[in-house]
Design a protein. Structure first.
Length: 386
């Protein structure tokens, strides 16, 4: 019999033959598409307060517009999912459901063409050091990227034009054609002008990145490489998210003869925020600060061959350097250099890098012309007589 065969079916609907269930909750009437149906019941997905109702009257609305009513009990399966059992469905209703199920299963299903697997993205790795290229290619293969490699700017341009990659990892400092020149050349060709570029850079290169946005650079990856960071930045660049605002690191000049202190600061200071320069000869402090256009000068008061007061006076008596903020590192909590001056800050030893960075930020925030990092470049050297 038709009904007996139909008991074997539990139909999950697609767009072929929509079936609706109509019912009333309070004063409102709802008509919702059925998710699944069998001869035992109906599975419904609905974000409605049916859990307060044990039984209700329902109407099946068939594709031809006809309706058949029945009484059903409601079982909540999960949030927003309900199973409705037929409690009082007439033979007419059951035969119509059975016929409907048979029709559903007799309709030839549309062949489903599986989507073609997406080809992995191709990344061109450009670095003059074969070891760096090998490390990056291994990391990229683990992330399911295809790779091509080039060991010079000229080779990179040739390969990019021959078979344009989806993204380029480019070292900035290479012999011959530099990374910046490669970027400019890429922008000149219609085939390569829209390829996103991530530059590979060591800590000391970061201050140079601020003017690369206009030539296709969307971000940077610092050396040494961190797998998770590489993965995140590649994904962001390939998804064409808004370009990463490249850092305009503030230049910090550290004056100290203490190699351990210089090593600690150089190794821990955040390279995305600060470019560290250091000087062991305090006699050239003002001249170097003006030439490099530094944002702040850090003076190791315990590691000088002359009094820190002399270095302080050298800066304050030079009109071009008088407003450069100074940060004094010292063990001596009674030191009075620049006492009461807003642009002189103290960090007492021992200190951690977070404390130093906090003071550096405070010093830079109160610096005149802090928006542009420019100073007059009058070259006046300090002297012990200052």
């Amino acid at each position: 019999r038709l009904e007996e065969r139909a008991y074997l079916y539990w139909a999950t609907f697609d767009e072929h033959r929509p079936l609706y269930l109509s019912f009333r909750i309070g004063t409102k009437t709802f008509s919702l598409p059925i998710e699944e149906i069998s001869m035992q019941g109906i599975r419904l997905k609905a974000n409605l307060p049916l859990y307060d109702t044990k039984r209700s009257d329902f109407y099946l609305v068939f594709p031809d517009g006809s309706q058949e009513g029945f009484r059903g009990s409601i079982k909540r399966e999960d949030f927003g999912r309900y199973l409705i059992w037929y409690e009082d469905a007439s033979p007419v209703v059951r035969r119509k459901i059975a016929k409907y199920l048979q029709e559903v299963y007799s309709i030839p299903r549309r062949p489903v063409t599986p989507p073609e697997p997406e080809q992995p993205k191709k990344v061109l790795v450009v670095d003059d050091e074969p070891e760096v290229v090998e490390i990056l290619e291994r990391m990229l293969h683990r992330l399911n990227y295809r790779t091509a490699s080039a060991y010079s700017g000229e080779e990179a341009l040739e390969k990019a034009l021959e078979d344009p990659p989806d993204l380029i990892l480019l070292d900035l400092l290479m012999p011959g054609m530099s990374g910046e020149e490669v970027c400019v050349k890429l922008k000149e060709h219609p085939e390569t002008k829209d390829i996103p570029v991530l530059v590979l850079t060591a800590v000391r290169d970061i201050s140079r990145l601020g003017n690369l946005n206009d030539i296709g650079v969307v971000g940077y990856i610092p050396k040494p490489f961190v797998f998770e960071e590489l993965s995140d930045r590649l994904k962001s660049a390939l998804e064409r998210k808004p370009p990463l605002k490249l850092p305009r690191a503030s230049k910090v000049l550290l004056i100290s003869r203490d190699g351990d202190l210089v090593g600690y600061v150089a190794g821990t200071l955040d390279p995305s925020r600060y470019t560290l320069l250091y000087l062991t000869d305090e006699m050239e402090a003002v001249w170097r600060a003006l030439r490099e256009k530094v944002g702040v000068v850090v003076i190791d008061a315990d590691g000088l061959s002359i009094s820190p007061e002399v270095v302080y006076n050298a800066f304050r008596r030079n009109p071009a350097a008088a407003s450069i903020p100074l940060v004094i590192l010292t063990k001596d909590r009674s030191l009075k250099v620049g006492q009461g001056e807003e642009s002189v800050h103290f960090v007492f030893k021992p200190f951690d890098v977070e404390a130093l960075e906090e003071v550096l930020e405070r010093a830079l925030a109160h610096r005149p012309n802090s928006s542009d990092n420019t100073w007059s470049t009058t070259s006046l050297r300090t002297s012990s007589r200052s």
